[in-house]
Design a protein around this ligand. Structure first.
Ligand code: GNR
Ligand code: NI
Length: 168
């Protein structure tokens, strides 16, 4: 098990489009374990492989209070979206300290493979719906700040680059 390094915006590697997993094998299961450990350590409610610089379509999510309901999605696809939307104040482990409102479909139906390669379908609402859409965006190279105005994006970029320089 290992806690992996999380890429930070505006790292260009966050905009790579992840490749589908061809076979859910032990290598993928190891990646899932390391991603889960990284998410719990952060702590966060979700993590996409893109964020740990692995460009494969794998996400982990745990929105439970007790942090004991890990959900694994390999090759996730949104097959249905509600017409009604909801605004939620989002944050991201790759954009530390920044929170802002994003509007998304309120409910989504997701198809994916689990850690054994078995297909499943999930109807997500509330925080799980927000999180699954946020994570699938990461696999498509999209970070939540890209829903904000260009002015806000540019301010966020400067702030994070400045914070990076302060650490170095
Ligand atoms: O930990 C996280 N919290 C969160 C809060 C509101 C909306 C989305 C999220 S996901 C985020 C973890 C993360 O960055 N996943 O990619
Ligand atoms: Ni994120």
């Amino acid at each position: 098990m290992a806690v992996l390094n999380i890429l930070r915006y505006p790292d260009p590697r966050l905009h790579r489009v992840a490749e589908p997993v061809r076979e859910v094998d032990d290598r993928i299961r190891q990646l899932v374990r390391d991603m889960a450990e990284t998410m719990y350590a952060a702590p966060g409610i979700g993590l996409a492989a893109t964020q740990v610089d692995v460009h494969l379509r794998v996400i982990v999510i745990d929105v439970s209070e007790a942090r004991d309901q890990l959900r694994v999605f390999v090759n996730p696809e949104i097959v249905e979206r509600s017409d009604d939307t909801k605004v939620y104040e989002e944050g991201c482990l790759s954009v530390p300290g920044i929170y802002d409102e994003v509007e998304r479909p309120d409910r989504v139906t997701v198809r994916a493979l689990d850690e054994n390669g078995e297909p499943f379908t999930l109807q997500a609402d509330a925080l799980l719906a927000v999180c699954v859409q946020h994570e699938i965006d990461h696999l498509n190279g999209r970070v939540f700040v890209q829903y904000l105005s260009r002015l806000k994006q540019s301010r966020i970029k400067s702030r994070l680059l400045k914070a990076e320089r302060a650490v170095a």
